[in-house]
Design a protein around this ligand. Structure first.
Ligand code: BG6
Length: 364
């Protein structure tokens, strides 16, 4: 059942190229994103004025990545809400809002109640769901199924990647039908999104490198994940993954914000996983990394540089293939998943079934 892998989580990490292929390719017609088969009405995408994403946990983190991408590319405001908060508010949504509900299981009760509230507010609901025929899928106006296949490990990996891919496809289609994206730009976007698949295959070859880092992190009580822009949005998931399965306390921080807050916690040997894949802020990011390095941090740098040997910047460098910065979240996510996986495994923990955590939470 585990296909020769020691844990479902590792198997599912390695299934990501297939999961992405199965999710993306059926939605590409004539090199453009196309939701005809999914029955998603283009008018809804064309007429929306803003977007609210509602979800829990990892699915919510995929929404935060989607927000960064859509706001940057399309200049459409995207609000991301934690479902358990949203459902008890008077949300600022209306018929001009497209509510995107994201859920692997399609059964998370907070997310389902948030969906029901969104409908009562007059918004159209488009859900991104992995499990066919689940309650969230059935109650949504439109569904974009992700095709990750069953995810058994409690910690979500492949479902996260395909949720991000779904957000990217939706963003691209919105850009196209609204005329924000030219046909050429939409085609180029899709070409780059498809490129993510071989890039992840290449990234997976770094697993042994990541394993060495895990042997260090396993000894730490705390770790930090830092980044800017899309890298910061991904850091949130990196920190969650590590906490969920290795019980190493971790915090995600926008790199430039550290000095306004918790930099005092960066002392000798604190692991800092620094993501530096965003070209426009690369220089700033390297300066932030120097700041933590100067305070004694053990820095693991993830970047597109082929090599990075400067001991004033990092102790360990993990290279991901070169890509446009809009798409590096996919390969960098794989590195972060492997960091969490190998740390948990090195600590001898039950990787697939972490304590006190359920795969799907259907009670409040
Ligand atoms: C939590 C799971 O209970 O629910 C997380 O432990 C998951 O891994 C979250 O991200 C949301 O679940 P779903 O099924 O709605 O995506």
């Amino acid at each position: 059942q585990k296909g020769g892998y020691p844990h479902f989580m590792l198997k599912e990490i390695y299934e990501q190229p297939d999961a992405l292929r199965n999710t993306i390719t059926p939605r590409i017609v004539n090199s453009l994103p196309d939701f005809t088969e999914d029955g998603i009405d283009d008018d809804v995408l064309r007429n929306l004025e803003n977007i609210t994403v509602v979800a829990c946990g990892t699915a919510m983190h995929a929404g935060i990545v989607g927000k960064a991408m859509i706001e940057k590319e399309l200049r459409i405001p995207v609000n991301v809400e934690i479902a358990s908060e949203f459902r008890y508010k008077e949300p600022l949504i209306n018929e001009k809002t497209l509510v995107i509900v994201t859920s692997q299981s399609g059964e998370t009760i907070d997310t389902l109640e948030a969906l029901r509230l969104a409908k009562r507010c007059g918004s159209k609901v488009l859900s991104i769901v992995n499990v066919k025929g689940s309650t969230i899928a059935r109650e949504s106006d439109y569904v974009l199924y992700t095709h990750a296949g069953p995810e058994i490990a409690v910690a979500s990996t492949k479902a996260y990647s395909v949720q991000m891919a779904a957000m990217y496809l939706i963003g691209c289609r919105i850009g196209y039908v609204k005329g924000i994206y030219s046909e050429d730009r939409a085609r180029e976007f899709i070409r780059q999104l498809l490129d993510v698949i071989p890039v992840i295959e290449e990234t997976l070859k770094q697993a042994d490198e990541v394993k060495t880092v895990a042997n260090y992190i396993k000894m730490a009580p705390d770790a930090f994940f830092i980044g800017r822009g899309l890298d910061y949005t991904l850091s949130l998931e990196g920190a969650l993954k590590l906490k969920e399965i290795s019980y190493v306390h971790a915090e995600a921080y926008a790199a430039g914000e550290l000095k306004h807050g918790t930099i005092a916690l960066i002392t000798d040997n604190v692991p800092v996983i620094a993501l530096a894949t965003q070209e426009s802020v690369y220089g700033k990011m390297i300066s932030n990394i120097r700041e933590v390095k100067a305070r004694g941090a053990y820095v693991i740098l993830v970047s597109m540089d082929e090599e990075y040997n400067d001991g004033d910047v990092c102790d360990k460098h993990i290279s991901i293939p070169k890509q446009d910065g809009l798409f590096t979240v996919f390969s960098a996510a794989v590195i972060l998943q492997l960091i969490a996986y190998y740390t948990s495994d090195a600590k001898g923990l039950d990787v697939d079934k972490p304590r006190n955590l359920a795969k799907s939470v259907t009670v409040e």
